[in-house]
Design a protein. Sequence first.
Length: 477
Amino acid sequence: MNAPIKEPSFRESVDMMFNRAVSLMDLPPGLEEKIRVCNATYTVRFGVRLRGQIHTFTGYRSVHSEHMEPVKGGIRYAMGVNQDEVEALAALMTYKCALVEAPFGGSKGGLRIDPREWDEHELELITRRFAYELAKRDLIHPSQNVPAPDMGTGEREMAWIADQYHRMNTTDINARACVTGKPINAGGIQGRTEATGRGVQYALQEFFRHPEDIKAAGMDGTLDGKRVIVQGLGNVGYHAAKFLSEEDGCVVTGVIERDGALVRDGGLDIDSVHHWIANHGGVTGYPDAQHVSDGAGVLENECDILIPAALEGVINIGNADRIKAPVIIEAANGPVTAGADEVLREKGCVIIPDMYANAGGVTVSYFEWVKNLSHIRFGRMGRRQEEARHQLIVDELEQLSADKDLGWTLTPGFKQKYLRGAGELELVRSGLDDTMRVAYQSMREVWHGRSDVSDLRTAAYLVAIDKVAASYRALGL
Ligand code: NAD
């Protein structure tokens, strides 16, 4: 009997994909190894007195590459957090930042905890203590290491972290830049909460601008009417599914959560499902769809676009050959293992890789960090000036029409849109859209331009590694 095929760990999977790409490059001896290895991982065990006894928690902060500083990467709260996972995620951050030209090295953190087991006050005590442990070693620092939200954390945790750092560094004028993903009133930026899901939407919009790429997936047409299945209706999955269905005409036919999946051929109302999960803790009992208890099985349902937006390793050698979606966009980090990637590539499935697909979060985090360092909201200086200049043109046109009796009128809709100067949210969306378009184009140039590259993931690694290598060379390594 054949032994079952062993799936590589998450970090091994990332290394295998890296190795595949570097085998096509001509890097100086030693540089390849320098880029691949994780520079350092700090493990901390700390106790917090809760419910009358001391509870010990284990946390990690991993720094993969310091070719640029600060290093950047989210903090995850989940029971599955371990060193291998944190190091894999830190490596992905290095490549992601390079690909989208966010000037950071790669890092990631995690705390082994189920956040649903603790109330808000307890979580605050735990988060502040974790932040204290990291900050005292400069693993949270505006110019050295800047965390952000990830699975199980959000703007609430980021606000606690920012405040904890500020308490420890009361005279640091840039203290707010020590972490991103904060609420607006604590130094956050408009559009950060939705940013990763918004980036997934922009990535798909860009993919569908290229007929050659759509054809490579064996599809045609536009995003309008495409059937989508999403796994994980958390921050990333919810925003991606919401924008794609409300703004691009996609039909979300399946939502997979921890307690099973909801399917509805005519499309699910994403806000209504999201609301149900918030009130009931899961999808079970939702009235307007069919509930499937084997949620993961729904990954194998017919659809046009599959969006894994929960965990790593969900598409693996155990189910890859049964996946029917012609396009998979990796909203989560590492949802497709190296083994599954090979099976899917051979089937002709186009995978839009994680390091690109979910880069919207770090892109808007970059904008937030710049905002914190510049101490001014984007648009504050120029907005009214822009509006005044547009008003000049509108007045001139209307005057011309009146003087020459031309009978021109500008429609109220046009005037309203044209006269409105860009505020912070418009600027953030514009910057994110531009980033996603430019990064996609850099990947597709390699994908279509090199005969030895047949997929977007390898192309993404080639572009990213090339940029990291250039930084190391500039440092004299
Ligand atoms: P989240 O905690 O907000 O949401 C995760 C969702 O997945 C939850 O709804 C959870 O119930 C669901 N889930 C968990 N286990 C599941 C399972 N076994 N089956 C189905 N659903 C399950 O997390 P998030 O911030 O949306 O992150 C999701 C993924 O996106 C992670 O891989 C994360 O690393 C990646 N990511 C997040 C960001 C960000 O800005 N938040 C940025 C880049 C990448």
